[in-house]
Design a protein around this ligand. Structure first.
Ligand code: AMP
Length: 191
């Protein structure tokens, strides 16, 4: 199985590149942000609870997102592999993911981390906010908080995968095609 963590701060291009990667490599895309927005659109109890955190740019509690990922992994038991987008976002989530995958006799192959500077992130998120309608992309205070939360709570996940020799940095600036080519080069080297 090819199991990839597509990593990076908000606005790094994870969703865009995940869509390209799943098409080329036939992987299942698991985005915790997308799943949470789906729950919110369905007005489920989980979605309404998560909204309180998402609206402020804070992380939803680990137990909630880990439970969601577990049920999605069970749902796609016959997948060729997964691309995890926006998950894990804390070291506790990374540890839980390792446990879940070990139970399925598989593991993370690599973490591909898209690197993009703060100014560009803000520009991209504000641009997306104009078309996506996402509340958390509309407010500069929330955008700044999401980047701060990334630096404080999520960036340490890099150390977790570095210690396993699985961290690969990818320059996330330039055209979507150029970034995709860089990702493919690394993915092809994993196989
Ligand atoms: P995203 O679409 O990945 O930018 O996520 C949007 C929001 O959903 C985040 O700002 C968090 O509030 C929440 N979220 C998404 N994924 C996670 C996660 N793995 N852990 C905690 N919160 C998450």
């Amino acid at each position: 199985m090819l199991n990839i963590v597509l990593f990076g701060p908000p606005g790094a291009g994870k969703g865009t590149q995940a869509a390209n990667i799943i098409e080329k490599y036939g992987l299942v895309h698991l985005s915790t942000g997308d799943i949470l927005r789906g729950e919110l659109a369905a007005q489920s109890k989980l979605g309404l609870e998560a909204k309180k955190y998402m609206d402020k740019g804070e992380l939803v509690p680990d137990s909630v997102v880990i439970g969601m990922i577990e049920s999605k992994l069970d749902h796609h038991a016959d997948a060729n592999g997964f691309i995890f987008d926006g998950f894990p976002r804390t070291t506790a989530q990374a540890e839980a993911l390792d446990d879940l995958l070990a139970r399925k006799k598989t593991a993370i192959t690599a973490m591909l981390a898209l690197e993009v500077g703060k100014e560009e992130l803000i520009k991209r998120l504000q641009g997306r906010g104009k078309i996506s309608g996402r509340a958390d992309d509309q407010d500069i205070i929330v955008i700044e908080n999401r980047i701060n939360v990334y630096n404080r709570e999520t960036a340490p996940v890099i150390d977790y995968y570095s210690a396993q020799g699985k961290f690969k940095a990818i320059a996330g600036m330039g055209t979507i095609e150029a970034i995709f080519d860089r990702l493919c080069l690394v993915i092809d080297g994993l196989k």
